[in-house]
Design a protein around this ligand. Structure first.
Ligand code: ZN
Length: 72
């Protein structure tokens, strides 16, 4: 996970950084719902201002809400 708090965030906010270059200027590009037989989730696709593309899959696993970030 590459969530870091910055000085101007309160305890309920986090800033998503690029997993490749750690740049904090990141744009949400696309949202895609995903569903299997027993799971529901969403893929959030991002691009940092240095041009790196990465995504976050949010889904439930054994009661936990899991966030997986990939840059593949
Ligand atoms: Zn980047």
């Amino acid at each position: 996970m590459n969530f870091r708090k910055t000085q101007w965030c309160d305890e309920n906010q986090t800033i998503l950084h690029c997993p490749v270059c750690q740049f904090e200027y990141v744009h949400l590009m696309k949202i895609t719902p995903v569903q299997s037989e027993d799971r529901l989730g969403v893929v959030l696709e991002f691009e940092c201002e240095e041009g790196h593309q990465f995504s976050s899959l949010l889904h439930n696993h054994k009661g936990y809400m899991v966030s997986e970030i990939t840059n593949e």
